[in-house]
Each structure stands twice: as C-alpha cells, then as structure tokens.
Design a protein around this ligand. Structure first.
Ligand code: FE2
Ligand code: FE2
Length: 221
C-alpha cells in the first residue's frame, strides 16, 4: 500500500491501473486549457445570448476547478512536500482569492456591460500568472515524488470532488479543507438549482475542450 492511499485512494476508488485515467498534471492541465477556450469564446461569440452561455460555462468550470484544487491537490502538496509544499499552497490560495473575487463579480454581470471585458482581462491575467505557478512549481515537484499510480489516484479524487462542489464563485468561503468542506457543501445545492435557470452552450459546441462532466443543461434564458 502506498503512502498516499489513506489520503486519496480510499476516497477515490482504485483508478491506478486504468489506462485511460489521467495523471494529476494532465487533469489540471486539461481544465486550464478548457477554461482558456471558454474565456476566448465569450469574446468571439457573435450574440449577447451566446456570450452569456459561455460566461456561464466559464464560471462553472473555473469555480469548481479552484475549490477542488484547494480540497485535493493543495493538502497533498502540504502533506508530501513539507514546508515547501505549505509555502506553495499558501501562494496558490492567495492567487485563487484574487481570481474568485473577480469571478464573483463577473458571474452575474452582462457581457454588454462596459466593465465586463476589462474585468475578464484582469481575471485572466491573474489566472495565467497562477497557472504558471501551478505548472512550473507545483506540478513538477509533486509529480517528482508521486508514483504514476498515486498521481492517477489524486486526479481521480480531484475529478470526483468537482462533481459535488458549488458551481459559482464564493470568495468568502474558507479555502482550506474541513472548513471549506462544510461551507462548500452548503452552497452546492443552491448553485445547482440556480444553474437550472442559466443558459449553457449546447453540448455540440463544447467540442474536445470541455472540462469533464459538463452541465447537461441547455436552456435559453
Ligand atoms: Fe489550476
Ligand atoms: Fe489553482
């Protein structure tokens, strides 16, 4: 039994030998790529309705990505990388907070509001700086000490956790495990109900870039 199993595998099942299971770097990288595409699509969509749909898709993907990292990835970094892991996770949480605050404003702002795209640009600049930190610092150091099986288990845990998280930004919720668990769980059912009232891009438009488990909600409103 590997050292990570008490943290990860018991919660995540046993995906370690699944050929199709991505590693944690691959899972995180796929989300980052999808979030970029959703952001671009808000800008290039030709109608306000489509811009609203992509804004909703962007919010849905980014909100859950960030909190799932806080609940799964960062605790494992802290546990496995000691003091350095704690310092890296603190930087990550601080960077997340700036992004979450902007997302909180954007998620209900109309793309035809003059403040919308300048704020989206600020958010994306902060997000790319953060993604650089995750890609260049967190991931290489973490992958170096994880076996491929452990990395796959962590990715599975990361993906499964996303399924039960709030789908909108809640910057006032605590961003560490335990406290975040309770605050996030309380918010999740309300967000999922609210998503029924929001419009998302039709499934065919998501193509190959979608974050996993895209919302199966297509309603024009
Ligand atoms: Fe990330
Ligand atoms: Fe992150």
């Amino acid at each position: 039994m590997s050292a990570l199993e008490p943290v990860v595998a018991k919660l995540a099942g046993d995906p370690a030998h699944d050929e199709n299971q991505r590693t944690i770097s691959e899972a995180i990288g796929a989300d980052h790529g999808a979030i970029d595409v959703y952001s671009d699509n808000i800008k290039t969509a030709s109608t306000l309705q489509e811009k609203i749909e992509w804004r909703n898709q962007f919010t849905w993907a980014l909100a859950r990505h960030a909190v799932s990292e806080e609940l799964t990835l960062y605790p494992v970094m802290e546990k496995k990388l000691g003091q350095k892991g704690k310092e890296m996770a603190d930087v990550d949480r601080e960077q997340h907070m700036a992004v979450k605050k902007d997302l909180y404003e954007l998620q209900d702002m109309s793309p035809d509001n003059k403040d919308f795209f300048p704020l989206l640009d600020i958010l994306m600049t902060d997000l790319h700086k953060h993604i650089e930190h995750e890609s260049n610092e967190d991931m290489p150091r973490l992958e170096e000490i994880l076996t491929r099986e452990e990395s796959k288990s962590l990715a599975n845990y990361f993906e499964k956790t996303k399924l039960i998280l709030p789908t909108r930004s809640h910057p006032s919720a605590p961003n560490k495990p335990y406290f975040e668990n309770f605050a996030a769980m309380l918010a999740a059912p309300i967000d999922k109900f609210m998503d029924l009232l929001r419009a998302f891009p039709e499934e065919g438009k998501l193509g190959d870039v979608s974050a996993s488990e895209a919302p199966a909600v297509v309603q024009k409103s």
